[in-house]
Design a binder for this molecule. Structure first.
Ligand SMILES: [Zn+2]
Length: 320
């Protein structure tokens, strides 16, 4: 098979920034947690999305302040490891960073609470380097409703303005955590493809965090990407015994439904307590590639799933 080092691997979601806030050093290989630079090297990860996730105790009044502090923690870590990792601001950055043998990091904010009800704050976050916004977490905010709210509301008028402003700025819209009504409004109003950065298939595991057939088809129709996540609860009802094959099952289902051009990987490393057997940390990514290969996926298909589709998406969305 193709050696993992030869394909570009992208992971569309991790919550490692919160760990950095608690003292994780990205440059050190740890035996705890899921992701650091040495383990990204072992796993062959070239492009990593890093989400800023604000904990409940800071909501709603201190979300922006906490977001900025977490970003500062992350920027310090990137600066300290500048020989090995660099932030993506525009599409051409990706090639340049990868050519320099560094990891390309995309900064995301998970939950639109950070911008309150103010497009100026969205623009400021963009200017600070944020290139992806998960519109909601599980609850309601000024943009729309998360999956834990009653599934009636779509996007608010402000939420529709956010979609349009993100389109204009060249920011990636993330629909993971968003409820059904919000999802369909995003599909209706966005002019650019969107991402579900860490969601699986509802028909295989009926958790509200997963997307159903109709949603996956709609996402594919606008050129978006659904990034299969390793969170055991979103893979199978027997979450205690989740394994690599469950991840493969979700990938195969999406492939059968819409083809391989709309599938990505969104691990949720450091955002979940447990991980499937065989995918315990970022260094284990080659096992996933092996499993896809053994299952009969072609090299060209593996290349798309493991990173090619996310690169296409970033090319279509990011400016420059
Ligand atoms: Zn999440």
């Amino acid at each position: 098979m193709q050696h993992p080092e030869k394909i570009v691997i992208a992971d569309a979601h991790c919550d490692t920034i919160l760990e950095i806030n608690k003292g994780r050093k990205l440059g050190l290989r740890l035996d705890t947690g899921h992701l650091d630079i040495p383990r990204m090297h072992e796993g062959g990860i070239n492009i990593q999305f890093f989400a800023v996730f604000v904990e409940e105790q800071f909501k709603p009044h201190s979300v922006l302040e906490r977001t900025l502090h977490l970003m500062d923690d992350f920027f310090k870590e990137v600066e300290e490891n500048r020989e090995k990792i660099e932030l993506i601001f525009s599409y051409p950055d990706i090639n340049r960073i990868l050519k320099g043998n560094k990891i390309a990091a995309l900064l995301c904010v998970e939950g639109g609470e950070a911008i309150q009800e103010d497009l100026a704050l969205l623009r400021i976050l963009y200017h600070l380097g944020v290139r992806c916004l998960t519109l909601t977490w599980n609850h309601r905010n000024a943009i729309g409703d998360g999956i834990n709210e009653k599934p009636i509301g779509g996007l608010s008028n402000f939420g529709i303005k956010v979609v349009k402003e993100m389109n204009r700025l060249g920011m990636l819209i993330d629909v993971s955590h968003l409820n059904q009504g919000g999802f369909w409004d995003v599909v209706k109003y966005t002019e650019y493809p969107v991402i579900a950065s860490h969601s699986n298939v509802y028909e295989l595991c009926n958790h509200p965090r997963n997307l159903n057939q109709r949603q996956i088809k709609a996402l594919a129709e606008i050129g978006g990407v659904i990034c299969v996540t390793f969170v055991p609860y979103f893979l199978t009802h027997n979450s205690d015994t989740a394994e690599l094959d469950d991840v493969i099952a979700h990938i195969k289902y999406i492939k059968k439904l819409v083809g391989v051009d709309y599938i990505g990987i969104g691990s949720d490393f450091d955002g979940t307590e447990t991980l499937p057997k065989g995918l315990e940390h970022a260094g284990k990514i080659p096992s996933l590639i092996d499993a896809l290969w053994k299952d009969g996926f072609k090299d060209s298909e593996i290349e798309k799933i493991m990173g090619g589709n996310i690169i296409r998406l970033l090319k279509n969305v990011l400016k420059g």
